[in-house]
Design a protein around this ligand. Structure first.
Ligand code: HEC
Ligand code: HEC
Length: 718
């Protein structure tokens, strides 16, 4: 059941601050500024407008965490309000007076190969191109920045994409650094198994019939025996009764993982004891096996009734192994081929098991580049510090995973949004953060307001348009068109933007997902990826709910992911928890793939782009048409268009029955976008069937105002 009480969710913070303000009206799609369109000061319905002027939104600017009402202050202390401002900027229709335009220059002329913006804009609002479904940061427009056009993707879950790709980059680079260290210094051995049985069986478990396909479990047993505090693993075979038994075995087993292929040494101590009355055709063995390869440690033959007890005594063994990367099974035990009397029994003891990989001296080291389960090929590091990247796959050789742009071109939302303001809207942003990061003289490492770490020593980032030029770089008479505070709000809004929702998953759709796994769609469209440290302050989970869903049978549940840190200011800091978070149903690997000639893309200079980033499939149920170019009219068409690396998978899809193909499409259709103003949520649940269906109080919405921390009475309405 969904709990509809708003207080639950602002929970901790709302109680600290004491109360919350219900926002006046709801902010709707494609927003205009109230002051500009309402001479009488009473435009409120239908649709609403933005309460603040652009300058009011800037307020005291970027400031810092102690500058009341600055962007950094709001991001850290009233995150929902900062998100609301970002949302209004995204939906806002900018005016010429505010600096909108021109498209590159007044004549909109120039060399498009040098300025793709000539083929991009000119729009007066981000939502002009990313406006579907209504009022969202969704999909929509189509631009001419490549001759075959680029379709604007939806931005649902955008912050999640940024975080995943950035964490992947960090992990890939750590693998490379470890390889470089090992190549230069040689690597020490790693201990994979270390067991002295003094605290019991440890990771070992005992099993009957572990050797030679024996099947006499009643005549095999194992336990840990102690001599004082010294534990020893024991295997007992034979004995019990006077039955004639052929073939008895048992052993202690453990599984261990070798992170990479290596030679290794397995050492341990064992003793084999054979009771007195075995006959000469009866023998006992101590055995070890690794992944089924058996090593005979000792064999004792019977010497007839009345002979003595035979023993090897405690013996040291050391075996050289050659391990592949992955899991392995080690078994230590024994075998007895035959016994005919109760006094014919065998014991094997094991102690001090140690398995250590061999270290290596300096020399080339090859490592798999695997992060979050995605394989980006291999690197080979050399002792002189160079790296052979010829086997790197689907990512730049500097190992930076670039989630944005269809070809994988940009790492961070902050860079992208500054570029979009400039290229699509003719608005130049001033940003001290990215200007410092990209300073040609002395580039500096900086962290963005929403928490993205820029390190110019590792990556090249895009320089904002207004760093070097005068305050009015495009000469349109408007200076400082997009203040850094507005950049902060927009970045924070996109970081926290809702992930897509999921509509009713029927049993047929569920089978469709299984079929996608079976035929190989999910080798590229990886279903779930885990974020290690989540920088968002909230998560919104949106699911099919025919009871509480109103306009669209979806209900959104917002849950906060922040902690409250009081620091003396009247409004405490509200900071992200930084928890791990499993991102479900994203369906991407953030890798570049070649899908064959049907997806090749001509550039203005005649060259072709042959590789594109795997499009995440979340939201795909409501974002036709498809492909980076928007040339596939429906899901079936875009799937059949896959060739190149996906050729075999596409053949497998074509070979499915019509019914099974439909099931896959039906699953993809459950991955939906939604209009936030019109989707009931635990922040405004609505009342099904009541009053005017157009009234947000009746149909519900994802009402961020419910989470504002600083009362409107103190800071003013939005
Ligand atoms: C004129 C249409 C248009 C406008 C206006 C526009 N965009 Fe876009 N946007 C696009 C297109 C087309 C793409 C795909 C670009 C590509 O892959 O080459 C895109 C891509 C993006 C992406 C990258 C998404 C991804 O997954 O690769 C972000 C982020 C983005 N836009 C943000 C914005 C913001 C913020 C604004 C307003 C400042 C904005 N856009 C305005 C058309 C537009
Ligand atoms: C070799 C990797 C690979 C395999 C296998 C693969 N895809 Fe894709 N898929 C991609 C890439 C890359 C794109 C982006 C193409 C582009 O940029 O236009 C894509 C795009 C799509 C799109 C369009 C998304 C959009 O929003 O435009 C859909 C739908 C899709 N794939 C479904 C599938 C299904 C279903 C299967 C299995 C039958 C499959 N894919 C197998 C890599 C793959």
């Amino acid at each position: 059941m969904h709990d509809k009480k708003v207080l639950m969710f602002g929970g901790a913070v709302l109680m600290l601050v004491g109360f919350w303000m219900v926002s006046p009206g709801t902010a709707s799609a494609q927003l205009v500024e109230c002051d500009l369109v309402d001479a009488n000061g009473n435009v409120n319905a239908p649709g609403g407008c933005i309460g603040r002027t652009l300058q009011d939104q800037v307020g005291p600017g970027q400031g810092d965490i102690n500058t009341f009402a600055s962007s950094i202050y709001l991001v850290k202390r009233d995150p929902a309000r900062a998100i609301r401002r970002g949302r209004q900027l995204f939906q806002r229709k900018f005016s010429v007076d505010e600096g909108s335009g021109p498209r590159v220059n007044a004549a909109s002329s120039g060399d498009i190969t040098q300025a793709r913006a000539l083929g991009a804009g000119l729009a007066d609002s981000c939502a002009a191109c990313h406006g579907r479904p209504r009022g969202s940061a969704g999909f929509g427009g189509d631009v001419n920045t490549f001759p075959d056009s680029r379709d604007s993707p939806h931005l649902f879950g955008l912050g999640i994409a940024e975080m995943l790709a950035d964490e992947m980059t960090t992990e890939l680079r750590a693998i490379q650094q470890a390889a470089l260290d090992d190549a230069a210094n040689g690597s020490g051995g790693a201990t994979l198994v270390d067991e002295n049985f003094d605290n019991g069986n440890g990771s070992f478990t005992y099993g009957d019939d572990t050797f030679n396909n024996t099947n006499n479990p009643a005549y095999a047993d194992g336990n840990i025996v102690f001599a004082g505090s010294d534990g020893v693993a024991r295997v007992a075979l034979g004995g019990i009764d006077n039955a004639d038994i052929l073939g008895m075995s048992g052993g202690w087993q453990t599984t261990f993982n070798a992170p990479s292929a290596a030679s290794a040494v397995l050492s341990f101590r064992f003793e084999l004891d054979q009771a007195a009355n075995y006959e000469p055709d009866e023998f006992s063995q101590a055995l070890a096996s690794v992944d089924g390869t058996v090593y005979t440690l000792a064999t004792l033959f019977g010497d007839g009734n009345g002979g003595g007890v035979q023993t090897t005594g405690m013996t040291n063994v050391s075996l050289n192994l050659s391990l592949t990367a992955g899991n392995h099974t080690l078994t230590l035990g024994g075998f007895n081929n035959k016994k005919t009397f109760a006094d014919e029994s065998t014991e094997v003891f094991f102690n001090n098991v140690l398995l250590v990989t061999s270290g290596s001296g300096p020399g080339p080291v090859t490592r798999d580049l695997i992060t979050k389960g995605v394989n980006f090929g291999q690197i080979t590091a050399h002792p002189n510090g160079t790296v052979d990247t010829s086997a790197v796959d689907g990512v730049n050789t500097n190992l930076r995973v670039l989630p944005f742009f269809a070809q994988g071109g940009t790492a961070s939302m902050r860079e992208f949004l500054i570029g979009a303001f400039n290229a699509e809207m003719g608005l130049q942003a001033v940003d001290p953060i990215l200007c410092a990061v990209t300073d040609p003289g002395s580039p500096q490492a900086m962290v963005s307001t929403a928490g993205f770490s820029y390190d110019p020593a590792l990556d090249t980032f895009e320089r904002p348009p207004a760093c070097d030029t005068a305050a009015d770089p495009d000469g349109d008479g408007v200076a400082n068109e997009i203040d850094a505070a507005l950049v902060d709000f927009m970045e924070f809004y996109l970081l926290n933007y809702f992930k897509p929702g999921q509509y009713l998953v029927t049993p047929r759709a569920q089978q469709g997902l299984q079929l996608m796994d079976q035929i190989g769609c999910t080798t590229c469209h990886v279903q779930n990826l885990t974020i290690d440290s989540d920088r968002r302050v909230a998560d919104v989970q949106t699911d099919f709910d025919p009871v509480n869903g109103i306009f669209n049978e979806l209900f959104a549940t917002a849950s906060t992911r922040f902690q409250v840190v009081p620091d003396g200011d009247p409004y405490p800091q509200v900071l992200p928890n930084g928890d791990s978070f499993v991102v479900e149903n994203i369906f991407t690997d953030f890798k570049r793939h070649d899908l064959g000639p049907d997806f090749d893309e001509r550039d203005f200079d005649g060259t072709k782009l042959t590789e594109h980033i795997t499009e995440p499939l979340w939201g795909v149920g409501s974002s036709a048409p498809y492909g980076h170019d928007g040339r596939s009219i429906n899901l079936d068409a875009v799937i059949r268009r896959h060739g190149g690396e996906a050729a075999n998978v596409t053949v497998a899809f074509a070979n499915l029955s019509d019914n099974d193909q439909r099931k896959i499409i039906e699953y993809l259709e459950t991955l939906v976008l939604f209009p936030p103003d019109d989707t009931a949520s635990n922040l405004k649940a609505g009342v099904p069937g009541s009053g005017d269906p157009q009234d947000p109080d009746n149909h519900g919405s994802i009402n961020l105002g419910a989470l504002f921390q600083i009362p409107n009475a103190v800071i003013g309405g939005e």
